[in-house]
Design a protein around this ligand. Structure first.
Ligand code: ADE
Length: 352
């Protein structure tokens, strides 16, 4: 499998048993590539999605036809790109990885589509940010594997159809609702990625720790898992921070006590919330009497942009039952008040 990416995270991977040059080895040994699962067996969590995908992949191989186009949506850090690479590997296909903001001009997307080979997978991250023209170029490419182009000028202007190889588009978005209807309808498989359970995150941490030769016991892995807000990307980041703490402050082994002390220093609480999460809840409590408060006002008060609040902070706060999105704005839940002891404000009347 070859991975070609326009970000610097992933460069490429080689098919098992292929000759490997020094340069390629250095890519393979990079941290991100190394800990990224490559097969469904290595990929932990998202079990119902994995079952669906395994069946579709097997059917596509048996029918000798490309896999249906796939749309993944859900909060950031849950492994959409990783899953696309796993699919490419399981299909024995090459994957090209890009994101919508880098497909600004029509020639960007046309060039990309024309560079594909039969069976290739094209991964477009943040696909909701594709502009209208690029989106319309994609429609016939997805539906009929062709590009509709025009040549000539004035009276000699004519449209032509150029066939392109049969490929699979995998789109990823944090905002399924922002995708246009016609684009969404062209995906055969649409699936939401769910937050991971603590048990699944524990397994992700144990797997990463093993690859990075970090010593951790089961309770240590679970202590990190509980504060990773359901997100493998965060779990993998925290395991490295806790490893550093363990090396400096103890014997380098991560047990529950070491993990808890390290995470306390990082100011990540027992719910996995960081300073920004807590500030967000506090602002609603103290400045707006528990809410509802509009997202624009909240963003200004917090000093964060609306997109970051909506995509990064809110999904987990909502999922954990701390925050409610209502038509009139964001509101704290009784559970949030209880957990954070937010009783000094006048919320009881206004909230419930
Ligand atoms: N690293 C990041 N996400 C992972 C996953 N879902 N399974 C295993 N390792 C991971």
């Amino acid at each position: 499998m070859t991975i070609i990416s326009d970000d610097n995270n992933i460069k490429f991977n080689k098919k098992k048993n292929e000759d490997t040059t020094a340069e390629e080895t250095s890519f393979d040994m990079s941290f991100e590539t190394n800990i990224r699962p490559k097969t469904f067996n290595e990929y932990i969590g998202q079990s119902s999605l994995k079952s669906t995908l395994k069946i579709s992949i097997e059917a596509s191989k048996k029918r000798e036809l490309p896999l249906d186009h796939i749309l993944f949506y859900g909060p950031p850090g849950l492994g959409k790109t990783t899953l696309a690479s796993v699919i490419a590997n399981e299909m024995n296909a090459d994957i090209k990885i890009t994101s919508a903001p880098s497909l600004e001009r029509p020639r960007d997307i046309i060039g990309l589509l024309m560079s594909l080979k039969a069976g290739d997978i094209l991964f477009i991250d943040e696909i909701h940010r594709l502009n209208k023209i690029s989106e319309e170029i994609l429609y016939p490419a997805m539906e009929d594997f062709s590009l509709d182009m025009t040549t000539g000028k004035g009276q000699t202007l004519k449209s032509i159809r150029i066939p392109i190889p049969k490929f699979t588009l995998i789109g990823a978005t944090t905002k399924a609702g922002a995708l246009s209807g016609p684009l969404r309808d062209r995906f055969g498989i649409i699936h939401r990625l769910e937050f991971y359970t603590d048990e699944e995150l524990k397994q992700v941490i144990q797997r990463t720790a093993k690859i990075l030769e970090i010593q951790t016991d089961e309770n240590g892995a679970m202590a990190i898992a509980k504060r990773s807000r359901g997100t493998p990307r965060i779990a993998n980041r925290l395991v490295k921070r806790v490893r550093d703490y363990a090396i400096v402050k103890s014997d380098g082994i991560i047990d529950a006590k070491t993990a808890d002390s390290a995470l306390d220093i990082l100011q990540i609480d027992k719910y996995g919330l960081d300073n920004t999460d807590r500030s967000l809840l506090n602002i609603i409590a103290k400045n707006y009497n528990g809410g509802p408060v509009g997202i624009e006002t909240l963003a200004t008060a917090l000093g964060e942009d609306i997109k970051t609040i909506e995509d990064v902070y809110e999904p987990y706060l909502v999922q954990k039952g701390f925050l409610q999105r209502t038509p009139r704005g964001r509101k704290l839940t009784p559970f949030a008040c209880k957990c954070f002891n937010l009783t000094d404000i006048n919320f009881q009347q206004s909230l419930f």
